[in-house]
Design a protein around this ligand. Structure first.
Ligand code: SF4
Length: 278
């Protein structure tokens, strides 16, 4: 590839992440990034908001419908766009990259007017100490931060929750992901999230082969916590091992079952996919 590698003299990568102590909290100064770019938020309650996306690399899950397979393992380089993700990146940096580098690219991509930053993945919470360091700097610059997460790492969530503006958390039903779900950890995660003063939504990716008893469990779990907790049904966009979209009748059936227990249930497809933007 004809990509330009840009590593400034004061940000040379030494290999291992660097940890420093500020106040009482561990600050990790480097993290593994897949890409940074400007785009529209296409999911959940925040559809249509321009955001700078910071995609971390590395995920402990392997969902059957994952559309970011390239970010499942640590990537050797971060790809950086100071604009929307079109064509070649403006720069690449060797991973792990510094917090300062990430903030600089967020500034470029936000172009002086975008005030939201989305942490996405991969699974961002796997690098929670790095994200805490990053959010400290971003909050000083008055960015609002949305965390997108798979919804199972409750202890990690607790570390970063005070610094966030919004959280979109998945409930990963085994019939849709092809993987097991730790229901206790999932419930704990949503209990912690429910009590936090942030915008929030639960999201379930719906595939045609969804097990309706799993759906009912997820709805009841949320309703037992807070019946006003927003729940988004996200019809799967075919990716990885999933080739079929769910039928409209299935979506309406699931929506109706959920609305008997929850006040705020919506069907929201991935809007950015319709617009064919990253
Ligand atoms: S949690 Fe997200 S990034 Fe990880 S495998 Fe599932 S869809 Fe992909």
């Amino acid at each position: 590839m004809n990509q330009r590698k840009r590593i400034s003299s004061n940000e040379q990568t030494s290999g291992a992440p660097v940890a420093i102590q500020i106040g009482e909290r561990l600050k990790v100064a480097r993290g593994n990034i897949s890409e940074i770019y400007l785009s529209l938020q296409g999911e959940a309650l925040w559809v249509g908001l321009p955001m700078v996306f910071v995609r971390t690399s590395g995920c402990h899950r392997r969902c059957a419908y994952c559309d970011t397979e390239y970010a499942l393992v640590k990537e050797p380089f971060a790809r950086l766009w100071g604009r929307m993700k079109e064509g070649m990146p403006d720069a690449i940096e060797e991973n792990p990259v510094t917090v300062k580098t990430v903030v600089n690219w967020i500034r470029k991509a936000s172009q002086g007017w975008v005030d939201w930053v989305a942490f996405t993945g991969g699974e961002p919470l796997l690098q929670v100490d790095f994200l805490v360091s990053l959010t400290h700097l971003l909050r000083k610059e008055r960015y609002r931060i949305l965390l997108e997460t798979e919804g199972g790492l409750a202890d990690h969530l607790e570390k970063i929750l005070p610094y966030l503006s919004a959280v979109a958390a998945d409930i990963k039903l085994p019939s849709t992901t092809g993987e097991s779900l730790d229901k206790d950890q999932c419930s704990l995660f949503f209990r912690k999230l429910a009590g936090a003063p942030v915008e929030k939504a639960a999201k379930i990716v719906v595939t045609q082969n969804i097990d309706e008893s799993e759906w009912d469990w997820a709805v009841q779990m949320l309703a037992d916590i807070d019946d006003s907790f927003p729940l988004i049904l996200q019809p799967v966009t075919p990716a990885r091992f999933v080739t079929e979209r769910p039928k409209k009748a299935l979506l309406m059936n699931l929506c109706g079952r959920a609305r008997k227990h929850l006040k705020n249930v919506r069907i929201v497809p991935q809007v950015h996919k319709f617009l064919n933007i990253g």
